[in-house]
Design a protein around this ligand. Structure first.
Ligand SMILES: Cc1cc2nc3c(=O)[nH]c(=O)nc-3n(C[C@H](O)[C@H](O)[C@H](O)COP(=O)(O)OP(=O)(O)OC[C@H]3O[C@@H](n4cnc5c(N)ncnc54)[C@H](O)[C@@H]3O)c2cc1C
Length: 408
């Protein structure tokens, strides 16, 4: 099996799980990655004890694939409290899930967000989705999340104050046009587990997966240019003959060349500021409810700044067309206006152009027939299923199993 030449293109989460699965089954895959390290969209920079994730993202601990592939205790997960702190024009209130965090019962009931009936419906939705299987969710008819919430009977007020800001940060679009399948799936995952980040940043998930792909070798800073019937063509060097390939980047099925234009992407910016004081408790996500605001969400990073200052992560969703200096100024003003937070220094800014694939007809299961572009070449990646860590892992594993079956 050591002599079977299998290449995995891309060391993102899907490529790492594909390599891990192949490795666990005795193969010795080679991962070819265009950048200098593993992780793809799940990376963290570290400096002076602080961890800067490339974009705010959370692991939902209830993800079935994450439970299967990750060792949570080794990741030292820091869990967010359910719900969020809602900010608007200097006022704030807390809305939580009292079933999981009893201390949020009174604040949630007293919060001037939505009506009592809305709060009751949130609990009803949560218990309904706990009973609905993931398969049933992805077999349901699709509608926009906004339509789904209206059909469920939620008031315009709770949609505007809670659901819109909360799910804008997850779907990375502010109109809630994302499929109701994704809404139900995500809501179910939030209800059944916690949103968490490893103590030293989300990138630890990638590093753990890379360390689990024991028989795998990594070739960084090498870019794939084409896959032909017999060879893998790199930007530099001789073409490589292969027995099997899993590509986690979009390829043109006609010529086997990378085709990034095949997928529409949603973007966001992640800015890190130091602040003198802490305006939200650790482990609570802040949301700005004002629809015209650039700032969507904020939270205090679990790691600390060397200087002892607080490190605030702020996410701006969508296309704003502003240069960094103007964006920074606008974000500072909004933090002061809505949250009463005085930002000191902007320490990092990550503009992320290709954050989440903009997909329709979302699927849960990866399908071998739809993802084979040549006899021994399969495509994987979140963009083939749905934009989540769970989907990236599921597609990587399923593609590895399909390739092994193909190889007999
Ligand atoms: C800001 C942000 C927030 C998110 N929030 C969440 C969240 O809260 N929860 C959640 O579950 N998911 C979230 N996600 C989605 C999640 O991160 C992705 O679904 C997942 O990381 C996708 O992994 P992937 O392997 O499919 O793709 P990628 O990570 O994109 O991996 C593809 C890899 O291929 C490499 N590559 C590209 N071209 C070539 C080439 N020609 N040759 C060789 N290598 C190449 C790239 O460098 C990259 O490493 C978020 C993502 C972002 C960016």
């Amino acid at each position: 099996m050591e002599d079977v030449k299998i290449y995995v293109i891309g060391a993102g989460i899907s490529g790492l799980v594909a390599a891990k699965t192949l490795s666990e089954n005795g193969y010795h895959p080679v991962i070819i990655e265009a950048t200098a390290g593993p992780g793809g969209r799940v990376k963290t920079d570290r400096e002076g004890g602080s961890a800067f994730d490339h974009g705010f993202q959370v692991l939902l601990t209830a993800y079935p694939q994450a439970q299967k592939h990750l060792d949570y205790s080794e990741l030292e997960l820091r869990r967010f409290k359910p719900g969020a702190m809602i900010f608007e024009n200097g006022n704030s209130c807390r809305i939580g899930d009292p079933l999981r965090d009893l201390s949020s019962l009174l604040p949630t009931l007293k919060a001037p967000v939505g009506s009592w009936s809305d709060k009751w419906k949130i609990f009803r939705l949560s218990s309904q989705l706990k009973k609905k299987s993931i398969e049933e969710i992805f077999e349901s008819d699709e509608k926009t999340t906004l339509q789904y919430l209206k059909d469920f009977g939620f008031s315009d007020e709770i949609i505007r104050q809670f659901f819109r800001p909360f799910f804008t940060g997850i779907f990375l679009e502010g109109e809630l046009r994302t499929s109701s399948r994704m809404f139900e799936f995500t809501f179910k995952m939030f209800s059944e587990g916690a949103a968490a980040i490893p103590a030293m940043g989300i990138g630890d998930i990638s590093l753990q997966l890379a360390s689990q792909a024991k028989q795998c070798s990594f070739r960084y800073m090498e870019s794939v240019e084409q896959i032909t019937r017999d060879h893998l063509v790199l930007a530099h060097g001789d073409p490589l003959p292969y027995d099997g390939i899993i590509s986690t980047i979009p390829l043109n099925p006609k010529n086997g060349k990378p085709d990034l234009g095949q997928v529409q992407w949603k973007r966001c910016d992640n800015l890190y500021f130091t602040t003198k004081s802490q305006a939200i408790p650790h482990g609570v996500i802040g949301l700005v409810a004002d629809e015209s605001a650039l700032v969507n969400n904020l939270y205090y990073n679990f790691s600390q700044c060397k200087s002892g200052a607080w490190l605030l992560s702020v996410t701006v969703v969508g296309n704003h067309g502003l240069d960094t200096a103007t964006l920074e100024q606008r974000v500072r003003e909004e933090l002061q206006q809505h949250c009463g937070i005085e930002a000191i220094d902007l320490v990092r800014h990550y503009p992320i152009e290709k954050a989440l694939p903009d997909l329709e007809n979302l699927q849960y299961h990866w399908n071998a027939d739809h993802n084979r572009i040549l006899e021994r070449v399969f495509t994987a990646g979140d963009y083939r299923v749905n934009g989540s860590l769970n989907a990236a892992m599921a597609s990587g594993e399923a593609a590895a199993l399909a390739l092994m079956q193909q190889l007999g």
